[in-house]
Design a protein. Structure first.
Length: 248
């Protein structure tokens, strides 16, 4: 699914194969619309989606009893392997294992430079054994669990990318990321094309999207025809592309 969505995006935006091999471009395409293009990865969000779907059904008596029995079984056998698929009643159930893996993966996605960043305490239980009591106490977060956890993960990832760019001395990349995430910078992606003035042409949309992604909007030769500097377009594609466009 993710590959099909990205292939479609590359064709619509006219991104080449080299562009689609860059992790930062893929990551921005799959980021929220406020600074990306909203093509959220089904694979990356699957753990949050699974946890949210189970939590939304906790009001079901059968599920609650099943999780309670699994929690008791797991706490009685702490050495049980979380990857075990044994059907023995003394082993954690498959549902318990899946939920445990979901919580572990979500927490891992919030680790930055070896340190786990904070997540709202009401969103995530400390362990599967606490899942029932946790969401009974914080039942108001159940309807928004998926969106809130996903939002926090992407926000933390974005902050980390900006920090890394700044620490690596890549001021242009840091400035680009701050620019595309600024207030109102994403309005052009969500504006309803109800009039001619609010409906960009395909070419205009592709140029705007490429600039937001840090990709040269048009194909240029290696040398800049304006400043006549050798390899100017290759070493500084964004700036040279803008210069070319402004002079037309």
């Amino acid at each position: 699914m993710d590959c099909q969505v990205l292939n479609c995006a590359s064709k619509l935006l006219k991104l080449n194969d080299t562009d689609m091999k860059k992790s930062k471009i893929i990551q921005q395409l799959q980021s929220p619309i406020s600074y990306g293009f909203g093509l959220i990865s089904a694979v990356e969000s699957s753990h949050v989606a699974y946890l949210s779907s189970v939590v939304s059904c906790l009001s079901m008596k059968t599920l609650k009893q099943y999780l309670s029995c699994s929690s008791v079984s797991s706490s009685s056998h702490p050495t049980s392997s979380p990857s075990s698929l044994s059907s023995s009643p003394t082993e954690p159930s498959m549902l318990y294992q899946h939920l445990e893996q979901c919580i572990i993966t979500i927490k891992q996605n919030l680790i930055v430079n070896g340190n786990q960043t904070g997540i709202r305490s009401d969103l995530l239980p400390s362990s599967v054994s606490q899942i029932i009591s946790h969401y009974q106490q914080h039942h108001t977060v159940i309807p928004i669990l998926h969106s809130e956890v996903t939002s926090q993960i992407y926000k933390q990832r974005f902050k980390n990318n900006v920090t890394n760019a700044q620490q690596n001395g890549d001021s242009r990349e840091a400035a680009r990321m701050l620019a595309v995430s600024a207030y109102g910078a994403s309005v052009w992606k969500t504006t309803t094309p109800s009039t001619v003035q609010s409906t960009p042409s395909d070419t205009h949309y592709q140029i705007a999207a490429k600039l937001a992604l840090g990709v040269p909007p048009v194909s240029l030769p290696s040398d800049c025809s304006s400043c006549h500097k050798a390899d100017a377009c290759e070493t500084d594609p964004a700036t040279s592309s803008l210069l070319q466009l402004s002079e037309r």
